[in-house]
Design a protein around this ligand. Structure first.
Ligand SMILES: CC(C)(COP(=O)(O)OP(=O)(O)OC[C@H]1O[C@@H](n2cnc3c(N)ncnc32)[C@H](O)[C@@H]1OP(=O)(O)O)[C@@H](O)C(=O)NCCC(=O)NCCS
Length: 354
């Protein structure tokens, strides 16, 4: 029997008996709004003055080179899924969504409670959601935009009506607190968004995402995965800590964030002056200013809260978005631009009509 003979009856049967379940619901894409946001940061504040006692650094160096003044650190026994669940419950409250209405949970993180099971499954249990699909994505600091775009696909395709997307990190668990090059930069926290189709807004208009694996070495945690499982040697060499080439990462961040933002604006056929608020990844004030300047944005358009939280990776823009909404910087109908960058390398920009 030839391959063609084998394939034909199968294909014919498939056409006859299999119906695309999406067709039943119309299969017309629909818009995806952020129906509510929420954030959580741990209580413990670690200031630059505290860090001066831990490593050879100064408040002056940290603030002038990064803009960071303090960051939050999770308490002992508080894990990524705990912070994620708290942010999620706040987003659910803001969107007026009950746990049983959530149909999909996506958690973006590089600091899961453990390698498996995923924090997303733990969050499902902690917020009292049903046995709905729950999984993590790993796009480092770009994770929240990647998560929004994935969640959006499920809303647009009518697969689900309510999706929970969370960015959450306990970066303090992978920081070498003796390395002044990295320990001053990062913090812990979580931010969450409820996605739904809403008739009063277009919501997530576009998300441009990209990655460049050839620059993977710039920012990584070398051990703990299949390449270098934990051994006494890997621990003694400090391979379970975050490592970074700061200068190169800085340059790549500015270029990638600028290009992604430009592409997102181009796709929406708008220019920067039409954007009410730009919410960039909160890694370094100088990166934010450089990207803003290249985009032709005013200082008023740039949302900055990194002086309070440092870089919280996947949680960063989610926490900032929540703060921008809470403080009245964004009103329904406004156009906002999220722009992110992270290890991978990864990057992304999203235009949202609030
Ligand atoms: C890390 C970063 C703040 C360093 O700033 P920088 O302007 O590049 O710093 P420089 O390279 O000019 O200076 C480095 C010097 O400061 C020293 N230094 C580093 N951290 C320090 C600290 N916390 N306190 C005091 N001195 C420090 C270095 O040892 C080095 O000293 P040397 O010149 O004697 O070797 C910056 O490169 C950065 O933000 N990069 C991007 C990081 C990032 O955002 N990562 C996450 C992306 S998602």
């Amino acid at each position: 029997m030839t391959t063609t003979q084998l394939e034909k009856p199968v294909a014919a049967r498939a056409v006859k008996t299999v119906k695309n379940p999406r067709v039943k619901s119309g299969f017309h894409p629909r818009t995806c709004a952020i129906a509510g946001v929420g954030a959580y940061v741990p209580e413990r504040v670690l200031t630059n003055a505290d860090l001066e006692k831990m490593v050879e650094t100064s408040n002056e160096w940290i603030t002038t080179r990064t803009g960071i003044e303090e960051r939050r650190i999770a308490r002992e026994g508080e894990f990524t899924s705990d912070m994620a669940a708290k942010a999620a419950l706040r987003a659910m409250k803001a969107a007026n969504v009950k746990p049983e209405e959530i149909e999909l949970i996506i958690v973006a993180t590089i600091t899961p409670d453990m390698l498996f099971p995923s924090p997303a499954c733990l969050v499902q249990q902690k917020i009292g959601a049903r046995r709905v699909p729950a999984f993590d994505i790993e796009a480092a600091c770009s994770g929240f935009i990647f998560g929004l775009e994935i969640g959006q696909q499920f809303i647009a395709s009518h697969t689900y009506n309510t999706v929970l997307v969370i960015g959450a990190e306990k970066l303090s668990s992978i920081i070498d607190w003796k390395d002044r090059n990295t320990c001053v930069l990062f913090g812990d926290g979580a931010g969450a968004a409820i996605l739904q189709s809403r008739s009063d807004t277009h919501g997530l208009l576009t998300a441009c995402m990209g990655a460049d694996g050839s620059k993977a070495e710039l920012l990584s945690m070398p051990a703990g995965g299949s390449r270098q499982p934990a051994t006494a040697e890997s621990v003694s060499k400090g391979l379970h800590y975050l490592r970074m080439d700061g200068k190169e990462t800085f340059k790549s961040a500015v270029n990638a964030m600028y290009s992604a933002a430009q592409e997102a604006l181009r796709r929406c056929e708008i220019d920067i002056s039409q954007i009410k608020l730009i919410i960039p990844h909160q890694a370094n004030r100088r990166i934010i200013d450089a990207v803003g300047e290249r985009l032709g944005a005013t200082q008023d358009q740039l949302f900055v809260n990194l002086h309070k939280y440092g870089n919280t990776s996947a949680a960063s823009v989610a926490i900032a978005l929540d703060e921008a909404v809470q403080s009245g910087r964004i009103q329904r109908g406004d156009l906002i631009l999220l722009v992110v960058f992270g290890a991978g390398l990864t990057w992304g920009a999203a235009v949202i009509q609030w």
